[in-house]
Design a protein. Structure first.
Length: 222
């Protein structure tokens, strides 16, 4: 259109500012915008998409995934079975060892070879029976916690029963000491009586008294 001059400018969308430009400034600004677009790859051609897989390829991939899953499950089942067998074997060996130990202990107790350590340690007595609950009266009285075999946990003791047991042991020790002292006094008294009786006994008849060959005298008699 004649009579209208060309005008150039740039518009910033972020700020909403319109700036008038000369033709040279507009060309430089447009060139810079195109270069930035090229550098960022916005104008690159899109890569062609991968061709769609065929039904056979999809089925092959699904079969491979299913086979890998089955193999992993079989390995897990085999490992679980092996662990179960190991636990069962350990349990059998432990049960056999405990049975053998209990049998040996019972045989020793029946033969009187193994005294009860509870009676010996706490009651200062010797009894040949198993130190178990309902078998050893002292263990049943003193303790209130037991393991699965019936043996007492010595940390769980009835304090009143332990104090009464110690009092009885103390009285027993005092009585034994008194008996020993009385026996010693009786022995000494018996020895004194026997010596006195021996000194006061008359000489037996029918025997001549031997006179001393040397008579004793004093200086006053000379």
């Amino acid at each position: 259109m004649a009579g209208i001059a060309d005008s150039y400018g740039s518009y910033d969308v972020a700020t909403g500012v319109y700036k008038k430009q000369t033709r040279e400034e507009f060309a430089a600004s447009l060139t810079a915008d195109i270069q930035r677009a090229l550098d960022s790859g916005c104008l690159d051609e899109e890569k062609p998409a991968a061709p769609p897989k065929s039904l056979r390829e999809i089925q092959a991939e699904e079969q491979a995934a299913a086979a890998a899953k089955r193999e992993a499950e079989q390995k897990m089942l085999a490992a679980a079975k092996a662990e179960l067998e190991r636990q069962e074997r350990v349990a059998r060996e432990k049960a056999a060892a405990e049975a053998a130990w209990n049998s040996d202990r019972a045989a020793r107790n029946a033969a009187g070879h193994t005294p009860c350590w509870v009676c010996w340690q706490y009651g200062e007595e010797t009894h040949h029976h198993a130190p178990k609950r309902d078998i050893c009266p002292l263990a049943t009285t003193l303790f209130y916690n037991w393991d699965r075999n019936g043996y007492p946990h010595t940390a769980y003791v009835r304090r009143e029963e332990m104090a009464a047991l110690r009092a009885r042991l103390h009285q027993k020790a005092q009585a034994a000491a008194a008996e020993r002292a009385a026996a010693e006094r009786a022995s000494e008294l018996g020895a004194l009586v026997e010596a006195a009786a021996t000194a006061a006994a008359p000489a037996p008849k029918g025997k001549k008294v031997k006179k001393p060959t040397v008579e004793k005298f004093s200086l006053d008699e000379i």
